[in-house]
Design a protein around this ligand. Structure first.
Ligand code: NDP
Length: 282
């Protein structure tokens, strides 16, 4: 039986720690502030933004919501980002993705000042992570690392296998594990015989977006398994990339979906906002 890595509980602990840090900042006259830019009417994006606002309220971070119609232009978004960059009361910001199709996401994201980049997606932050410098960390991979750390999982010399190579999850995840001295293998859609790699993983991270694709027989007995996938099934239920029923008896530790990585992502976003406010405060 695997230890269940309860992201919901760990995220609540982190939010409580952040609340204390926010209170200390406020007492000293610095009100932590996170700005969220949302363009269009995507229902999932609206839910994400609402959840982020709630987390801010709980912790004591001022949240500024900037809403734009689907027809917003790149120039309008960029002008707003530049204004937020120049506003000393704003510690961090994020642009909720996806942006409307006519907008060049990379161009817009590049406008965010790297030190105010709450999501850690800016190329400067990616480059800093790649070169082992202090950077704003992307929230989902940072949340996975925090879950592993708090569960006492050892990194040095372990074989970590990351399935998925996106810029927001797979690649930074691999880099964080490498920085902790794991031997890292990154798998993707062209990987031949995926199970050959996953079966050798002491730490296995699945970030693909295919429900239940990692089954128990693909997992090394005792491995720590982190399931980043969030897939909505036809019956409306959420399922991860890992087939929990067959994986849990084999793994040493495993995250559930929901209640694993998801809540950690928001907690790490809040942490990025507090870190930025602490920097401003000196
Ligand atoms: P992307 O679609 O950007 O990337 C998916 C990756 O999986 C790609 O690198 C792709 O390979 C790889 N892949 C696809 N099919 C296979 C296959 N058969 N075998 C091996 N690799 C494969 O997704 P994201 O990284 O953005 O997200 C991944 C999952 O995590 C999604 O379910 C998403 O919803 C979830 N997610 C959850 C978050 C959370 O907070 N818990 C936050 C962010 C994402 P290739 O590069 O070759 O195409």
């Amino acid at each position: 039986m695997a230890t269940i890595l309860n992201g919901k509980q760990v995220a609540a602990e982190i939010r409580a720690e952040l609340k204390t840090r926010a209170e200390a900042l406020r007492k000293d006259g610095t009100i932590p502030c996170l700005a969220v830019l949302l363009a269009g009417d995507d229902p999932a994006s609206k839910i994400y933004v609402r959840n982020k606002k709630r987390a801010c309220e709980e912790i004591g971070i001022e949240s500024r919501e900037l809403l734009f119609p689907e027809s917003v232009t790149e120039e309008e978004l960029i002008a707003q980002i530049r204004a937020l960059n120049a506003d000393p009361a704003v510690d961090a910001m994020l642009v909720q993705l996806p942006l409307p199709k006519h907008i060049n996401e990379a161009r817009v994201l590049a406008e965010i000042a790297p030190e105010k980049d709450a999501d850690g997606f800016h190329v400067v932050n990616a480059g800093r992570l790649f070169t082992g410098q202090t950077s704003v960390l992307p929230c989902t991979p940072a949340g996975c690392m925090e879950l592993l750390r708090r569960a006492g999982v050892e990194f040095s010399g372990k074989h970590a296998v990351v399935v998925g190579r996106s810029n927001i999850v797979g690649k930074p995840m691999a880099m964080l594990l490498l920085n902790e001295h794991c031997t890292v293998t990154v798998c993707h859609s062209r990987t031949k015989d995926l199970a050959r790699f996953t079966r050798d993983a002491d730490i296995l991270v699945a970030a693909v977006g295919r429900p239940g694709m990692i089954t128990g027989e693909m997992i090394k007995p005792g491995a720590a398994v982190i399931d980043v996938g969030i897939n909505r099934l036809d019956n409306g239920k959420l399922m991860g990339d890992v087939d929990f029923a067959s994986a849990e008896p084999v793994a040493g530790a495993i995250t559930p979906v929901p209640g694993g990585v998801g809540p950690m992502t928001i907690a790490m976003l809040m942490q990025n906002a507090i870190l930025a406010a602490e920097k401003r405060h000196g």
